[in-house]
Design a protein around this ligand. Structure first.
Ligand code: CA
Length: 730
């Protein structure tokens, strides 16, 4: 059985991950058995969640602004605007577009406040754009490359930002949280939320509530790590509270009773072996209960036998934890994956809702984490109300509602040898926002379907220790490319009350954008192939589509300006996920630094045209007939590549839109140029990290690997033996 390894799915989570897939994936069974269009039970009435922080310039009744990552505190990614509806969405057209300079990461969700769009893209480049004209008002560059050091190797910048009281808040890869004056883009304050040398970065959007701004981190797998969230005074940046997700070394004492309780669920010397639990994406403030819910990360390493050798639940990994918003004190938790061992973090979004269940109104939260179950949880108590599979799941048969625990399938922990498990380490749903539409009673989830091959025969449980600043998964894998058809994806409309699928729309490839939904009974989503679509939210019928001429990996927003409803989305491929999946996402033909990243804005009867755009294509590898490949050196280079380069330049050196394809790079042809870029850091200002620890001999092995890969690729494609550097062809 051939297999391939994805060396960086944690990079998908703003952390990295290994995914091992079996070969012959085209023969895998198609999607889950759930019948499309099956009518759910009638369900119940659904109301809005409660009053907003009065300092938010919006409310549930007023969809004028999109003022937070999920529009409001509730994180629903929905809007009460209904000017654009099913009857007129066919008239939706481009109002304007704005090309974003120096941006290779479009995985972002903008904000819109009083006619100004704010967005962060690339390495935390914050943009303010006039929503009427598309004119860039200002841009702020935190110059991440100058301060990030080795953290620059890990991520591509955060997925969004926060707004409050005239200020914007953005996190940087190097771990700074920066407040900007929203009018001018001038920094107001900046604070470092992590230690400069630890594993942690920032990959998510901050959230603001009650005068505080909160941020978590990514990077679980990059060495011993201990996740936490920190709340700062939004005016001054002064730290107000911090809550750790997992316990540290008991010899140092516990910060609070919750950590003391959690320590009883860990075994061995876990603090020296890893840890994890980074809150890299999901943070939702509950204005009714004045609580914050955090979705916590996976274990580090993923393999529990290496992390906590005698088992245990390993609290509070893979959990939703409710914290008191004012003090950060623990209130309750619900753990989706006790004893996590598959990178099934619970960092996917948490949406707040009110629903009627058995004649009683409940305040609930909705959560569809990587592990493939859709959870409805009582917000007041943390009690699980229901959990059902929304995709193919083989690690557990079901969730026992009496105990609240998943019932695992024997062998799924690869305790008896390598095992194929659904979903993969990338999950059945990743960071791409789902949206909750209280007018249709449905949740719209960008779902993923792919198995992972898990095994750990090559690891010695007694002696294993993580390597700082490298990906530590504790799972066996190879280094070959991903087949183009390794996974499938779909937009799934899920009825959370009936816990069943209402409709599904297949999406291209494996990795697509997040969703947004409206009172106009529409759901919007961008795709890997560049299509930006609007569906009838009740039936799933596609009502409108726009060719953005660039893959979309972020999520759209909607807002109104001068009484006119607008829809905006960033078209841009090459963020976490697409960047490293090799042929699996290179299939769409988006080439780094060739295809522009753009902010697109739509209105009814918009008549603007996109500027001329290169068609999709592939970079053509270069051969150098004079270069004699040494097989042993190429193999050593493959291992170096898998540990350091894959996250941006792609599996098996097949790049997918973020960084250049090194098979087609002229830099790699020259030992001097390669040394200048890789070891000396001459392209750091373009976010190419330096690898100062590599020796000239190491670089030589990388060059042999890249030439070997170029030749293999050319032979496979039966392409001409030589082509100009960077040429794009079909
Ligand atoms: Ca992860």
């Amino acid at each position: 059985m051939t297999k391939w390894l994805e060396r960086a799915s944690a990079l998908v989570g703003g952390t990295a991950g290994v995914l091992v897939l079996a070969g012959g994936l085209a023969a895998l069974p198609a999607g889950p058995a759930t019948a499309a269009g099956a009518a759910g039970a009638a369900g119940g009435s659904i109301g809005a969640a409660g009053a907003l922080d009065p300092r938010f310039p919006t409310s549930e009744a007023d969809g004028r602004n999109w003022v937070a990552f999920g529009r409001t505190h509730e994180g629903t990614h929905s809007s009460p605007l209904d000017q654009i509806d099913r009857g007129n969405v066919a008239r939706l057209g481009l109002a304007w577009s704005l090309d974003l300079a120096d941006v290779q990461n479009g995985a972002t969700v903008p904000l819109a406040v009083d006619g100004v769009i704010y967005l962060t893209a690339g390495q935390s480049l914050v943009h303010a754009v006039d929503a009427r004209s598309g004119r860039l008002l200002w841009r702020y560059d935190p110059e991440v490359w100058k301060v990030a050091g080795r953290k620059l190797r890990k991520t591509w910048g955060p997925r969004g930002l926060a707004y409050w009281d005239g200020k914007l808040y953005v996190g940087t890869t190097d771990g700074r949280l920066i407040a900007l004056d929203a009018k001018t883009g001038e920094p107001v304050w900046s604070t470092l939320t992590v230690a400069p040398t630890d594993a942690m970065t920032i990959t998510g959007a901050p959230r603001v509530f009650g005068g505080l701004v909160i941020i978590g981190n990514g990077g679980s797998e990059w060495g011993p790590s201990r996740g936490y969230v920190t709340a700062y005074d939004a005016k001054t940046g002064a730290q107000r509270w911090r809550w750790h997700v997992i316990p540290g070394n008991p010899a140092d004492g516990f910060e609070n009773a919750a950590m003391e309780m959690a320590a009883k669920t860990w075994t061995g010397d876990w603090w020296a072996r890893g840890g994890g639990g980074q809150v890299w994406n999901a943070i939702t403030y509950d204005p009714e209960l004045d609580r914050v819910y955090i979705g916590t990360g996976n274990g580090a390493p993923w393999n529990q036998r290496l992390r906590s050798p005698d088992g245990g639940d390993n609290l509070f990994l893979c959990s939703i934890v409710a914290l008191d918003a004012k003090t950060g004190e623990y209130v309750w938790h619900y753990q989706t994956v006790p004893g996590e061992t598959w990178d099934y973090n619970s960092a996917m979004d948490i949406a707040l809702a009110r629903v009627e269940i058995d004649g009683r109104e409940r305040r609930v939260l909705l959560h569809a984490p990587k592990n493939g179950f859709f959870y409805v949880i009582d917000r007041d108590t943390g009690k699980l109300l229901s959990a059902e599979k929304f995709g193919k799941v083989t690690w557990a048969s079901h969730v026992d509602l009496a105990t609240g625990r998943p019932v695992e399938v024997p062998g799924a922990r690869y305790e008896s040898g390598p095992t194929l498990v659904w979903p993969s380490t990338i999950g059945a749903h990743n960071w791409h926002p789902m949206s909750w539409n209280r007018w249709t009673g449905l949740v719209y989830i960008p779902t993923l379907e792919m198995p992972g091959l898990f095994g750990d025969a090559s690891f010695d449980r007694a002696t294993w220790r993580p390597v700082p600043n490298q990906l530590n998964t504790g799972i066996d894998g190879g280094t070959s490319d991903a087949p183009e058809n390794a996974g499938t994806s779909a937009l799934v409309a899920w009825d959370p009350l009936a816990q069943r699928e209402r409709w599904r729309a297949p999406t291209p490839g494996f990795w697509n954008g997040g969703t947004m939904t409206t009172a106009g009974r529409l759901v919007f989503q961008g795709q890997a192939d560049g299509a930006f679509n609007a569906y009838d939210a009740e039936t799933g019928k596609k009502l409108w589509s726009f060719d953005a001429k660039m893959g979309i990996s972020g999520a759209p927003i909607t807002y109104s300006v001068n009484g006119r409803q607008h829809v905006s989305v960033v078209a841009g491929w090459g963020a976490a996920g697409p960047a490293y999946l090799g042929s699996l996402t290179a299939q769409h033909g988006w080439v780094a630094r060739r295809h522009p990243h753009r902010l697109l804005t739509f209105v009814l009867d918009g008549k603007a045209q996109l500027p001329p755009t290169p068609p999709p294509g592939r970079e053509v590898p270069i051969d150098d007939p004079a270069f004699v490949v040494d097989a042993a050196k190429a193999e050593a280079g493959a291992q170096l590549y898998a540990g350091r380069c894959v996250g941006c330049h792609g599996l098996a050196a097949v790049a997918a839109g973020y960084a250049p394809d090194l098979r087609a790079s002229a830099v790699a042809l020259s030992a001097e140029a390669f040394d200048s870029v890789v070891r000396q850091g001459s392209m750091m200002s373009r976010n190419m990290p330096r690898f100062e620890e590599l020796t000239p001999a190491d670089l030589e092995t990388l060059r042999h690997y890249l030439r070997a890969r170029a030749r293999e690729s050319l032979a496979a494609a039966k392409a001409p033996a030589a082509a100009p550097a960077g040429a794009v062809g079909r």
